[in-house]
Design a protein around this ligand. Structure first.
Ligand SMILES: *[C@@H]1O[C@H](CO)[C@@H](O)[C@H](O)[C@H]1NC(C)=O
Ligand SMILES: *[C@@H]1O[C@H](CO)[C@@H](O)[C@H](O)[C@H]1NC(C)=O
Length: 819
């Protein structure tokens, strides 16, 4: 027995399988010797395979099998085996499956009998079926699903399905494996019934966020050769647990927003991710800064949009730090922050502040005099806060920058109040932003006056006319000067410059009203004494020091017909009677005499005409209207009386005209004694009338004297103080040329009479006395007849030399001569 066991072990382990079969056949053939034949065949042999040589193993001839009609008897159905009587071998008739035949029973054998006839014999044959690894381990389901929360702890067990292998023994189920082994490991526990309990154990916690689906493969293997296996798929679905906090995508966010942006502007979008699923993954955002102005200014909505909810002003805060928080429904949170930079917008206009200002500046100010100092502030930044200032053109000022933001306004050319007394200076400051903002301020600067302008007369010289015999105090004329300065500096006073006219101070002729420039006559002028004169009027302003200018004023005195004609010839004397002699033989047109008169007035006022007013015999004489010549107009007859009396009136041409009368006595006689006898009574007449005139004149003189005395006394007392030298004698430089009668020429061509009138004019110094006074004795007022004259024109004495005679200021000697 020991030897047999050793042999079997050697067979099993050393000899290859196909040799085993043969060896076992041989071995069991040996056993038949002992009464029973045992074959051992593996299952699943092909049909027709030889199981064993029955004839040989039974020790009989094949013929015996045939003759004995050997046949197999078995209770098994179907019949797995058949007997080949020809060959004497046992063959496989049907495929033999050990697992169907015996299931897990071992050993597994087929029992059959071979029955022979002639003689009847019975042989028992056992055919042992050996296992072949023809079954793989199998699982009932092809897959298995688990749902495991990610919060499941390590060591958690999950039961798996066992596999089944129909083979037995070594070919049976041997082992399991589970792959991959990241999270789970396999645990196999042998149970009392010999089965194995297959479990998988959580080795490492699950993380849905890493792997939501895990698939595993459980493999069961048997111990056969070749090895066979079966698998089952295991799907693990990891169930979510809120185990992840939200996480912001950035630790710090940056955003920028322009100041003054509208509320509701979205300035950034933040996001926090929560790895969890579903509601566990919902994130809620909030602003966590507690500083008031930040939490009021910014908000964050459920989408993570940061929204402006207040006002941002670059000038108040240049940036904000907003702390934000993301929180999920489980209270897990993360924080981050947003740095919000505020972008400057040019929203501030420059502010001009006047630091100091002069309201007025004198026109004499030097260049670069500071007038205004001001500062300009613009709180914006960069070019938005960069300010440039300028002023309106055409003003004599410039802006200079004294230092940052500080400016001054200075004069840059000379000021002249007279050109422009006030300036409106508009300072405009604008920043460099786009669009630019600007502000401006208008300053009114007055230029104060300096006395830099002298008064200026309206004309370079004045000429004024005044009619003589004016009333003293009459305003003649007004001079006017203007001064371009202002106020006191322009207050013009008029001053009469001292000068003298013919040695008399001008102030005794005129006065000038200091305020108005009205020139008044101080006295009454007499054309006959003074025809014109000139003087200077100074205009002076009220500045300090005063400025002045002067102007020449010429006054022209105009003539008035204030002097009656003066009869020079024939001379009217009180005592003697002068008569012209007319010879009785005189022809018609005989020149009796010539009335000579002068008028000290001038022009028309001195234009004299002569008329015969009364005559003893009007038919005998006529008077030349222009020349005053008395001529006969008819032949003298003996009937004509010797004594002829003519009254000639001399009139000037003034308005109204003035006149003088002269009585011309004419003696119509051939001899002088005849004349004398006729004129004696005339002399008496004259004496009588002279006496009468004398008394009348005396009475009038007395009355006048009393009246004038009273007036003079009163006036003298009144004016004594300011005019002691009230009487100023006036001496004329110029002669008064009286009327020259036109040259006479005798048209008749008969005997020419040459008369030379030599007379002297004496003038008083008082022009108001119009009467001419003859200063010489009557003896000189004589008619000189010079019959020896030759008829040639003869100048007795140069008229000019007489007129220019220096020692004759008080009298004018006038020579009038006739050819
Ligand atoms: C300055 O402005 C004032 C007020 O606007 C005005 O009355 C005045 O005439 C202006 N002066 C000049 C010189 O423009
Ligand atoms: C008057 O003015 C002129 C210049 O305008 C000056 O030369 C002259 O001296 C002045 N005369 C007097 C008397 O002031």
């Amino acid at each position: 027995i020991i030897i047999i066991i050793i042999i079997i072990i050697i067979i099993v382990y050393i000899i290859p399988l196909h040799r085993q079969v043969l060896f076992l056949i041989w071995f069991f053939s040996l056993a038949s010797v002992f009464g029973q034949i045992i074959y051992s065949v593996p299952e699943e042999m092909a049909k027709g395979s030889v199981v064993g040589n029955i004839a040989r193993d039974l020790g009989m001839d094949v013929k015996r099998l045939k003759s004995g009609k050997a046949r197999i008897f078995t209770s098994d159905t179907p019949e797995y085996l058949e007997l080949s009587r020809d060959r004497g071998v046992l063959l496989i008739k049907e495929r033999i499956d050990r697992e169907t035949l015996c299931r897990q029973t071992t050993p597994c054998a087929l029992h059959l009998q071979i029955i022979l006839e002639n003689p009847m014999e019975l042989f028992r044959i056992t055919i042992e079926i050996t296992d072949v690894n023809d079954n793989r381990p199998t699982f009932k389901n092809v897959e298995k699903r688990f749902e495991i929360s990610e919060s499941a702890v390590s060591g958690s067990k999950f039961v798996l399905e066992r596999a089944v292998d129909a083979d037995i023994g070594i070919n049976g189920l041997k082992n399991y494996s589970l792959k991959p082994t990241d999270n789970f490991v396999l645990k196999i526990e042998n149970q009392a019934d010999g089965n194995k309990k297959v479990e998988m154990v959580l080795r490492k916690p699950l993380d849905r966020e890493k792997a939501e689906q895990i698939s595993l493969l459980l493999t069961a293997v048997d111990g056969g050769e070749p090895q066979m296996s079966g698998t089952v798929k295991i799907f693990v679905t990891v169930l979510d647990v809120n185990d992840n906090a939200p996480v912001f995508s950035q630790p710090v966010y940056k955003a920028a927003i322009a100041e003054n942006s509208k509320m509701g502007t979205t300035l950034a979008t933040v996001s926090a991710a929560d790895a969890d699923k579903g509601t566990n993954g919902d994130v809620f955002y909030s602003v966590s800064t507690t500083i008031d102005n930040v939490s009021d200014t910014f908000a964050i909505n459920e989408k993570g949009e940061v929204i402006l909810t207040g006002q941002v002003d670059y000038e108040k805060a240049k940036y904000y730090q907003v702390d934000i928080e993301a929180r999920d429904s489980g209270g897990l949170s993360d924080s981050s922050k947003i740095i919000v930079d505020i972008i400057d917008i040019n929203d501030n206009t420059p502010v001009i502040s006047i630091l100091s200002k002069s309201d007025s500046v004198p026109e004499s100010s030097h260049l670069s005099t500071v007038i205004v100092m001001f500062s300009v502030l613009d709180p914006d930044s960069g070019s938005n806060g960069k300010v440039n200032c300028r002023i309106n053109p055409n003003v004599p000022f410039v802006i200079t920058a004294s230092s940052n933001d500080f400016y001054s306004l200075i004069t840059d050319s000379d000021l002249d109040r007279e050109r422009s007394s006030e300036y409106n200076i508009t300072v405009t400051c604008s920043d460099e932003g786009v669009p630019s903002l600007s502000s401006s301020v208008t300053l009114t600067l007055k230029i104060s006056d300096v006395n830099d302008n002298a008064p200026v007369f309206e004309r370079s010289s004045y000429e004024a006319y005044i009619v003589e015999n004016n009333t003293p105090g009459l305003s003649i004329f007004t001079v006017k000067a203007t001064d371009a300065d202002w106020n006191q500096n322009a207050r013009v006073s008029y001053i009469l410059e001292d000068s003298s006219i013919n040695g008399v101070p001008v102030s005794s002729y005129l006065s000038v009203s200091a305020d108005s420039g009205v020139i008044h006559a101080v006295r009454s002028f007499d054309y006959e004494q003074l025809k014109d004169f000139q003087f200077l009027v100074k205009a002076q302003d009220g500045g300090s020091p005063p400025l002045s200018s002067n102007v020449t004023v010429k006054i022209l005195i105009q003539d008035q017909n204030d002097n009656p004609p003066q009869v020079l010839y024939p001379v009217q004397t009180g005592g003697s009677v002068v008569a012209e002699m007319v010879p009785r033989s005189a022809d018609v047109g005989y020149l009796v005499t010539k009335v000579v008169a002068v008028d000290v007035d001038s022009g028309q006022n001195a234009w004299l005409s002569y008329k015969l007013q009364k005559a003893t015999d009007r038919a005998l004489f006529e008077v030349g209207l222009q020349n005053g010549e008395i001529r006969t107009i008819r032949q003298v007859t003996d009937k004509d009386s010797v004594k002829q009396r003519l009254t000639v009136i001399v009139e000037d041409n003034g308005q109204p005209s003035r006149s003088a009368t002269v009585i011309v006595n004419v003696a119509v006689a051939d001899s002088f004694p005849e004349v004398l006898s006729e004129f004696t009574d005339l002399i008496h007449d004259k004496e009588y009338s002279d006496n009468l005139t004398f008394y009348l004149v005396l009475a009038l003189a007395v009355v006048s004297f009393l009246f004038i005395t009273c007036v003079v006394v009163i006036i003298s007392v009144k004016i004594y103080r300011w005019r002691q030298q009230s009487r100023i004698l006036y001496q004329s430089n110029l002669p008064v040329i009286p009327y020259y009668p036109p040259r006479y020429s005798d048209t008749l061509g008969t005997g020419t009479l040459q008369h030379v009138y030599n007379y002297e004019v004496c003038r008083t110094t008082d022009s108001r006395k119009s009467d001419c006074k003859f200063g010489r004795a009557g003896s000189q007022n004589v008619l000189i007849m010079d019959p020896s004259s030759t008829g040639t024109m003869q100048r007795i004495q140069s008229e000019k030399s007489i007129l220019d005679e220096p020692d004759s200021p008080l009298e004018v000697r006038l020579q009038h001569y006739f050819l």
